[in-house]
Structures are given as C-alpha cells and as structure tokens.
Design a protein. Structure first.
Length: 152
C-alpha cells in the first residue's frame, strides 16, 4: 500500500493577477506570478531564483486549476525546477480569507497539487525518482503554504 512521507514545506508569495483571457477559444486563464518563495525540509533548502508563473484556469464547478512552473536555487547552488498542477476549491472560507488577506487552515478548503521536480545535481536525484503530493492553504495577503509529501 502506498503511503505519504512529509518531505518539505513550500512557502510563496504571488503577484497579480493579470487580466483574464476571457473569450479565448481554449478557455479562460488568469496569470499569477510566483514572485518569492522557499522550499525547506530535512534534505533541501532552496529559494525561488527568478519569478515563476501560474496559468490558472477558473472552473464553473467552483474549482480552480493551477498550472505552475517555478525555478529554485538550493543553498548549495543546485538548480531545481518545479512544475505542479492541481485543484483549488473556491469555497466561502477560501474566498473570504483571500479578500480579507487572512490565513486559512489546510482543512478549510481542498487545495491539492501534484508536484513534479527536475534536478540535475546528484544530491537531489531523489526529487526525480519519486512522486510528490501537496496540500495547501492561504497564509495572508498573496501568500500560500504547501506541505509536500513524497509518495512511498
């Protein structure tokens, strides 16, 4: 049976959004910039090296669908790329907290991501060799926190 092992915390600040692509033939997207952030865990310490982006798709079903790519540099100068997709439940708790720049709890709404890392340094090969899942929450104005778990 598969299990989950806590691996790291991902904290980030977003900037935006840009105006939506309403009327697009491939569907509406809202662009957010991942402007600052860190990955911190027993085996990794890294910060966002340059802004990343989220081509977020709002859904008529009350769920948003992030599509994020972001670049990190570790404290020992390795490059780590991260691409993640998932679901964000835009329920009352999430919407009210976002509007008031308040925090939410992990259990207040469904915010789950599938995380895919890309690392070249041998020290971080484990990131390429496992699947990762995350649960998220708001932590204040334009701030998000994820707990990232390795699938065992």
């Amino acid at each position: 049976m598969a299990g989950l092992e806590f691996e790291m915390t991902y904290r980030l600040r977003v900037r935006g959004p840009m105006p939506a692509t309403q009327g697009s033939p491939v569907g509406e997207h809202i662009y957010w910039e991942m402007s600052e952030g860190t990955l911190e865990g027993p085996r990794i310490k890294a910060h966002i090296a340059m802004p990343g982006g989220d081509w977020y798709r709002p859904g008529a079903d009350g769920f948003g669908r992030p599509d994020v790519r972001v670049q990190f540099i570790t404290d020992d100068d390795a490059v780590i790329l991260l691409h993640y997709t998932g679901l964000v439940q835009m329920n009352d708790a999430f919407t009210k907290a976002a509007e008031a720049a308040n925090a939410t709890r992990f259990e207040d709404h469904y915010m789950r991501m599938a995380m895919r890392f890309d690392a070249g340094a041998p020290k971080y090969a484990w990131l390429n060799q496992h699947l990762f899942l995350a649960e998220g929450r708001l932590t204040g104005k334009n701030r998000i926190e994820y707990r990232i778990y390795r699938v065992t």
